[in-house]
Design a binder for this molecule. Sequence first.
Ligand code: CP
Ligand code: NVA
Length: 306
Amino acid sequence: MELRHYLQFKDFNRDEYEYLFDRTRWIKDKFKRYERYQPLVDRTLAMVFEKHSTRTRLSFEAGFNQLGGSVITLMTRDTQMGRGEPLEDVARVISRMVDIVMIRTFEQTIIERFSSNSRVPVINGLTNEYHPCQIMGDIFTYIEHRGSIKGKTVAWIGDSNNVCNTWLQAASILDFNVHVSTPPGYEVEPERAGIHDDSHFESFADPLEAARGADLITTDVWTSMGMEAEDAERKRDFEDWQVDADMMRLAKPDALFMHCLPAHRGEEVAANVIDGPQSVVWDEAENRMHVQKALIEFLMLGRTII
Ligand code: CP
Ligand code: NVA
């Protein structure tokens, strides 16, 4: 089987996502019926974390165990990587002992260097630039609640970070629109986002205008991991970029609210929005596990006939 990695959203095409969302439905339904599905007995997933995580670690570990395999978690500071062992050497060693790898790290170039030295599939569990598993889970969640995302409008309010960049890549592949509003100085950088035209993306100086008529409003923390030194400055700069009830009222009446979590109530989102009736954040968190099981199965076993 051809070796493939999942390093950013555009590594797969529309047809592959359609397959993966169908497959996720099958895998999730089976799990909910308590039916065992263990195609990965005796296989091992290694997870490498250079940053904190709750959901990514839980969802990959629980999901891989459900598929019958076992998981090894490495926090890089506890390994020889933390003492300067070359990344390329670590990739060669890890990929001789396990069957698939998930990495959460800093620059995208780190995961690219790792994957070019890996004999097994590598999955991006978040980099400074992208968070593809999150958006796969979010779009599956949208489909569960509202049907196809094609032609819909997603409003992104806040920082043009890894999650925002991934929404932008997804919009081109799955043919929906993203309205982005960031404070001045925090605008989308198309090259960093990995998008080559703005046909599925529009910028708005006013966050309320970005939200107007949207099918989905989503946001994320003002200060991502690794940017903590800018926290005080960002709190000032992002003050007017909070998703609150007034902003939700400008969206379509049946608009959903999403947040990848962890969230800061009273900063990027008001408590009555994230805890309100339009919020689907807990479904998003759960669906990370189901989509990732479909992704792992696809990378390790290829397409499976249902
Ligand atoms: N959304 C997400 O990736 O959460 P964690 O940082 O807890 O893994
Ligand atoms: N943008 C956030 C996402 C956390 C899941 C970060 O990178 O910290």
